[in-house]
Design a protein around this ligand. Structure first.
Ligand SMILES: O=C(O)CCC(=O)C(=O)O
Length: 488
């Protein structure tokens, strides 16, 4: 984070607090976004066994996938049922992640938004974030990168954030390393060292108003996305019942006209803290017109597949319902229709079927957005399947019925043909490269040894420059597991 701001404070060994990280309008718009999110009550696995609901910190999780399309997994004690909770990071949060990178060099890939709706019910007991190198109970994973800071952005009514030497819920003054009511629009970077050395907490604060925090982290553990498990964890069954918005929050949502000195500070703040570079956001419609989209249709249900696109194009497509299938390395978007059948969805390869212990199981290949999930759910339910968290849509069926369903798998999918065409094209390109290299070696060889009989013989790169006989040539190519190309 920028080291020059006058309102910046050095904290602990190597942490920074910036009171005005966002200007007034950015703060108001972030606050508004946080105010409309679907907060989830996670289940926590108690150390001695059993679980409890984490009502003290309703959250919404967001992530950036890695190049393999896998999502970061940050385990802080939640039950496995919630490991897939969360959503791809929306553009507003991506822009903040980029800004953090520009300012600190840290590539954060994960953000949790926490809603503090009530001063006493919502709080964070003293703890350390689960980073490699932090002391944790046996068996607790440390998914955060060893040298990663975590970044706390605060919005709304300030809550006191405490860095403390012990994990006391009522720390003595001597235990407190630093304590501050974090201003709306502020950023607090807690360094890896300060996280290792100290505990941090947001203690209960009676009468505090609504506050949201957005905590960015760099997570080193990645797992493939499981669309069905994500839909279950994000589902209404776990929704935090939001209390009615208090009038105090409206005051934060409508930024006051700043006094003159405030306006000056704001202008400086904006100049100093403006995100230096933003990746251009592409228009998804324009991207759709540029890339090759393979469509598979059956009974009105359509599955669109995009095999090749740039990262920016992929980001744009994800905003319009495409999701990455890590297993098949393809971006997919499904449009189910109520009139479609389960067989249609299996035939276009939108759902994959398996059979265990007398039960047919259908799983989606990639994360289904809410709209597609509801459509598939309606179709499956209509044919007696029911959705089971972490598993997919299941139905008891005989082997014969299953075989007839599995028999249509992929029968209306154009993806396999497209994959074969792409593979053939790739092989043809490789052949062309080998032919060109071989011709080049021939030319060089011709210059060196002249013609031997009617043929010009090609060796392999790295072979010694001796006279190349047909035997030597064959042996050289064989060492690389290939036969020599014919040379006219
Ligand atoms: O919400 C905050 O300000 C802090 C939350 C926190 O300590 C955590 O999620 O680790």
């Amino acid at each position: 984070m920028c080291a020059r701001a006058a309102w910046q404070e050095r904290v602990g060994y190597a942490s920074d607090y910036i009171e005005r990280y966002f200007n007034g309008s950015a703060t108001a718009s972030l606050l508004k976004s946080c105010d409309t999110l679907p907060y989830t009550i996670y289940q926590y696995a108690l150390p001695g066994g059993g679980t409890t609901q984490v009502r003290r910190a309703p959250k919404v999780e967001f992530y950036l996938t890695n190049d393999a399309g896998e999502r970061p997994l940050y385990r802080w004690g939640q039950t496995q049922e919630f490991w897939q909770a969360g959503y791809p990071m929306p553009p507003g949060l991506c822009a903040i992640a980029e800004r953090i990178y520009q300012e600190t060099g840290e590539r954060v890939n994960h953000a949790i938004v926490i809603g503090y709706f009530d001063g006493t019910q919502q709080h964070a007991p003293p703890h350390k974030d689960k980073a490699a190198g932090v002391w944790v109970r046996d068996g607790v994973p440390t998914d955060m990168a060893r040298d990663g800071s975590f970044f706390v952005l605060s919005l709304g009514d300030p809550r006191v954030f405490t860095l403390q030497k012990t994990n006391s819920k009522g720390p003595a003054p001597a235990d407190i390393v630093w304590e501050k009511a974090l201003a709306s629009g502020s950023a607090f970077r807690v360094s890896a060292r300060d996280n290792r050395e100290f505990y941090h907490a947001v203690h209960p604060q009676p009468n505090a108003g609504v506050r949201y925090s957005i905590i960015f982290r760099t997570i080193a553990t990645h797992v493939p996305i499981d669309a069905a498990a994500a839909a279950a964890a994000n589902g209404e069954a776990h929704r935090f019942p939001r209390p009615k918005r208090p009038a105090t929050l409206d005051a934060f949502l409508a930024p006051k006209t700043p006094a003159v000195s405030e306006a000056v500070t704001e202008a400086v703040s904006e100049a100093v803290t403006e995100a230096p570079t933003k990746r251009p956001k592409l228009d998804p419609d324009a991207v759709l017109a540029e890339v090759d989209v393979t469509k598979s249709k059956s009974g009105g249900a359509t599955l669109e597949a995009v095999f090749q696109c740039s990262r920016d194009q992929s980001d744009a497509l994800r905003t319009v319902g495409f999701a990455w299938s890590a297993a098949d390395k393809v971006l997919l978007r499904l449009h189910p229709v109520p009139g479609a059948t389960v067989s249609d969805l299996v035939a276009i390869d939108a759902l994959r079927a398996s059979y265990t212990a007398g039960e047919g199981v259908l799983r989606a290949r990639a994360f289904l957005g809410e709209f597609a999930f509801n459509g598939v759910n309606q179709v499956c339910k209509g044919e007696g399947f029911s959705f089971r968290k972490g598993v997919g849509w299941t139905k008891a069926m005989g082997a014969e019925a299953y075989d007839s369903l599995a028999g249509v798998a992929g029968s209306r999918s154009n993806e396999a043909a497209e994959r074969e065409r792409a593979q053939a094209q790739k092989e043809e390109e490789i052949d062309a490269i080998v032919r060109a290299a071989s011709a080049r070696v021939d030319v060089m060889q011709y210059g060196r040894v002249g013609r031997v009989g009617a043929l010009v013989y090609a060796g392999m790169p790295g072979d010694s420059a001796c006279l190349v006989t047909p035997e030597r040539r064959r042996a050289a190519w064989a060492r690389h597991g290939m036969a020599p190309p014919l040379v006219a």
